[in-house]
Write a protein that binds this ligand. Sequence first.
Ligand code: CTP
Length: 398
Amino acid sequence: MSKYIIGISGSIAAYKSAYLVRALIKKKHAIKVVMTPSATKFIAPITLSTLSKNEVSVELINEGTWNNHVELGIWADGMIVAPATATTLGKMAHGIADNMLIATYLSSKCPVYIAPAMDLDMWKHPSTKANISILKSYGNHIINVNNGELASGLYGEGRMAEPDDIVTFLENLKLTENKLQLKGKKVIITAGPTHEKIDAVRFISNRSTGKMGIALADACFKQGAEVILILGPSKHRPIHREVKVILITSAEEMYNATIKQYHNCDIAIMAAAVADYTPTKTYSHKVKKGNNNWEMDLKRTKDIAAQLGKMKQKSQINIGFALETDNEMEYAQNKLKKKSFDFIVLNSLQDKGAGFGHDTNKVTIIHKDNKIKKYELKSKPEVAHDIINEIVTILPHA
Ligand code: CTP
């Protein structure tokens, strides 16, 4: 059974949270309740501590002691914010941690389910809609509001979902989670470019944006995997905050971080455009220009994919990428063999809309047994989905 935090904010619907706590306890889940100070005006903490069989947290600081929202956030398998008022939605969307509920939400590492409750005009307001879409974009689940009589006496949308409907929502989600393609798998993904330092202001890099690897990280997470993204300098980030992001700068740092994570992963996807060369000499200050040419000596970086190919256990799957401008098939097939990939994803710069910087990609997947699949031009999240479908066909148990 699961461990849930129930976050209650100040709405007349707060009384329904008592029923929600009771319904979840009946289903043998463990519950800890966090309330905003204004929620305590609608329902007494003692009611919720009795029903949940756990102390209720309200204040960040209690008579000089600090309530540990981080510990609470880590403890939970899921956080349900019900009711979520317009104010609480706004604070969650913008990270205004002025109470225990928001601090717990910001520290949590688990999926978050939000059941809004407010008057129909507040629900319709563009600021509420904008906050909802921000919260969705962070990977939170929104439980639909109901239509009906509101506390104001008006009729319309804005009623919090009934406690039984929230329980059904969670159970349905669990059912779909059980069917996830990568459930229980640990995936590591390298993405983005690397920066190879020359001096205090200059570096060598390439035009990779990291978008393909990030789309893969989100797609693998959505299919139930634990995902570690080892990301070079990129302005993009995964939508799902549960994706663990390790930020690195140089090829050497990416090598070290990836090797460290590899031993207990099931799938490694190498989508990074790792610099092949790095300066032999770097300068901590800015080098001033002179009258002559600047000749720079470059040394080879370590090949991460080739090293993982050597470390690879039978149960592990390694996937590589190849971005080519000519002789695409031949080069990709050579890389597939040399780096012991199970399959390689080839994109050609000759295809319009493929490769660095685009939101789309056109790929060909080449397996080690030489099975070849060509795909149409698609968005990067769609390409990520195709890659996952291909991984599923070679998973050890498949
Ligand atoms: N790769 C890697 N570490 C490197 C270089 C490449 O892990 N130091 C990985 C890439 O992430 C990709 C695959 O190897 O999955 C092929 O990368 P690519 O740059 O196309 O090939 P290279 O081996 O660098 O060969 P070349 O530069 O000759 O095309």
